[in-house]
Design a protein around this ligand. Structure first.
Ligand code: 8OZ
Length: 361
């Protein structure tokens, strides 16, 4: 029986235990979307597997300027960004920690003020999302997107490939493809947001095509043993939905199963909300993926232990608890109370609510 504190080997990575730091958007990147030295401190504080995460997944990181949808999120498309991320991975590796970078393209969840030359955000179809994003002016409705032309799709796949190459140059142990939460790859998957009539729209097979091409490109570039992926089959985040999520994600899981990926990371239920908003047979997905199964959304110690003991998962990703508990593993292990995170400092700002949460003493 595997427990939360038991080691596991995934891909080429030996993990000390099952506690993963989930990707967390913090909106503290510097000019030109470069991670700052404060980010080095933030990740380092959580990186020692003896006290913190066995594996860190970075905040969502855009693969291109068009991939950005929020103020002050970091990128991994410029040499300057890669050099800054190298400082992060070096600091994590000093503590024998492991870290992968989450590769992100927001698609339609963006604003013209965040796009190159003030252009429209990109999407599978020209359908505006009913949601807001965070810009220099505060919360604003996302802009109307334009549909990507068929000829542009190889360029998007290439951006993922190059970003994966950059990740290895920056010293990351691997990458996580962000295919969740209503961003570009998720927009292609769903019949609510994908109304295309070419080979990338219509049937489930067609809607899954871009995702499979991206996974193939990243796997070709860095190896399946360095490629993880995150999905959120039933989340309503960012105005996403599908008429048949079970059939869609059974197919997605089957396609992923061909690759023997580093892991598959699933958000159960509504991101950051109810875990049971729409019923889904997650076991049916897990059965198909041929990869370690990482679960996320509202986990605490009892739920994590119970799921692991019932063989319901291989890894548990904790998000908000890692914001306020850099030593989360020690606290869970020792039965010490967890500190509550301050919501007002989740997004944007400086050290306050970022690098000033102390370990338990
Ligand atoms: C919170 C705020 C902005 C972005 C996600 C990358 O939901 C995000 C995100 C979360 O995956």
């Amino acid at each position: 029986m595997s427990g939360l504190f038991d080691p596991i080997r995934i891909g080429h990575i030996d993990l000390a235990h099952r506690i993963v730091m989930a990707p967390l958007t913090r909106n503290r990147a510097g000019p030109r979307q470069v991670p700052t030295d404060l980010a080095v401190t933030y990740y380092e504080q959580r990186s020692n597997p003896e006290t913190g995460a066995a594996l860190i997944i970075t905040e969502a990181t855009q693969i291109s300027p068009q991939g950005q949808g929020y103020l002050d999120t970091p990128g991994i498309y410029s040499a300057e960004q890669v050099a800054a991320w190298k400082k992060v991975t070096d600091a994590v590796h000093v503590h024998h920690g492991k870290i992968v970078v989450q590769l992100w393209h927001v698609g339609r969840i963006s604003h013209t003020s965040l796009q190159p030359n003030g252009e429209a955000p990109l999407a599978p179809s020209a359908i505006q999302a009913n949601t807001k994003t965070f810009t220099a002016k505060g919360f604003e409705p996302v802009s109307a997107p334009r549909a990507l032309a068929l000829e542009e799709l190889p360029g998007i796949v290439e951006q993922y490939r190059v970003a994966a190459r950059h990740a290895i140059e920056a010293g990351f142990d691997g990458v996580e493809i962000h295919a969740a939460n209503g961003y570009l790859l998720d927009q292609f998957l769903r019949d609510k947001t994908n109304h295309r009539t070419d080979a990338y729209g219509g049937s489930i097979e067609n809607r899954t095509r871009l995702l499979v091409e991206v996974v193939q490109a990243v796997v070709d570039e860095v190896g399946a043993e360095r490629t993880g992926i995150r999905i959120s089959p039933v989340t309503p985040a960012n105005d996403i939905s599908d008429s048949d999520p079970q059939a869609l994600f059974n197919h997605v899981a089957e396609q992923l199963g061909r690759f023997n990926l580093l892991y598959v990371h699933v958000i159960e239920g509504a991101t950051g909300g109810p875990r049971d908003n729409i019923p889904l047979d997650y076991a049916a997905l897990r059965q198909r993926v041929n990869a370690p199964w990482m679960v996320n959304n509202g986990y605490d110690l009892p739920l994590a232990k119970s799921v692991l003991s019932q063989h319901g998962a291989d890894l548990i990703a904790f998000g908000r608890p890692f914001i306020s508990n850099p030593d989360l593993k020690s606290r869970l292990h020792d039965g010490v109370p967890l500190a509550e995170p301050d919501k007002d400092t989740f997004y944007g700002g400086g050290a306050k609510g970022y690098t000033d949460y102390p370990p338990f003493d």
